[in-house]
Design a protein around this ligand. Structure first.
Ligand code: ZN
Length: 287
């Protein structure tokens, strides 16, 4: 039932909208995202970082949970299960575990090595009918000690990687992971425009979707971005709603300590965030 992200992203690129990748951490996250996608009749990509995969005890657990949940929820919209920022070995593990899509992040390697490793994965993904995302130009983030602007990818290097037969390309255009600093210079649309001119129909991926102003998101979509990654925003929404519940003392009232009650406000907050993003990205009713 899981599908490659190829068709949904090619359609998005041609139709000038973007499909959201929402990262999952546990059952509540997965349920909130899947239910919202079905409700809005939107294609969706579930992102799993290597850390989140480990947290959920391994990729096989993730595949089992997602497949089971899709069946129980009678999902009809296209869903891809995607490894986010995978290492080469992580990619191989996810391919074996039953993911339908992977991202190989070789951006920290010299370009020749990035190309070499990406090529190997292109071959495997082709035989398995899986989608493959590659990255050029590292995307900064607070966790890497990077403040200010993220790095901008070299459009010629983007073209080299795009030509290897990948499905979608993540390129740094000043975007960063996590919250954006006050003095952030914004996205480099010049870089994005140059990349799109060289890579043609290739769906482009925008990482670090949390906190990018709406007009910039829309402009990025108009310049070929067809996949936008959202992670931190769901985490912040979940934490805020959960804190409010605890601070209001609701866990101390009646059976308010029941995890199904305790985690409900956070789950609803993820749903609301995902809905808002699907509306902004234009992916609703595109399943
Ligand atoms: Zn990313």
């Amino acid at each position: 039932m899981l599908v490659s992200a190829k068709d949904m992203l090619n359609k998005a690129k041609a139709g000038h909208y973007a499909v959201g990748q929402f990262n999952i951490n546990n059952l509540e996250w997965t349920k909130a995202i899947l239910m919202t996608a079905q409700e809005l009749n939107s294609p969706v990509i579930l992102g799993v970082s290597e850390g989140a995969g480990k947290y959920m005890t391994g990729y096989k657990t993730v595949v089992g949970m997602v497949n089971g949940m899709m069946e129980e929820l009678n999902m009809t919209v296209p869903v891809a299960l995607h490894l986010d920022h995978g290492s080469f070995d992580g990619c191989l593990k996810c391919i074996e575990a039953g993911f339908s899509s992977i991202m190989f992040d070789g951006s920290h390697y010299p370009i020749e090595e990035n190309i070499d490793k990406t090529k190997k994965l292109v071959e495997i993904c082709k035989t398995k009918g899986m989608s493959l995302e590659a990255e050029v130009g590292s995307i900064g983030g607070e966790e890497d000690g990077v403040v200010g602007t993220g790095e901008c990818a070299d459009p010629d290097e983007c073209k080299m990687i795009a030509d290897l037969g990948i499905t979608m390309l993540a390129a740094g255009i000043g975007n960063i992971h996590g919250k954006y600093p006050e003095n952030w210079a914004g996205l480099s649309f010049e870089t994005l425009d140059a990349i799109q001119k060289l890579t043609g129909d290739m769906p482009l991926v925008l990482h670090g979707g949390t906190g990018i102003p709406e007009d910039m998101i829309k402009k990025a979509i108009s310049l070929g971005v067809a996949k936008i990654n959202v992670n931190t925003e769901c985490q912040l929404a979940f934490a805020e709603a959960t804190r409010k519940y605890i601070e209001a003392g609701k866990d101390l009232q009646g059976k308010g300590f029941d995890p199904r009650k305790l985690l409900a406000p956070g789950t609803d907050a993820i749903k609301a965030t995902v809905k808002e993003k699907m509306e902004l990205f234009g992916s609703f009713d595109k399943a």
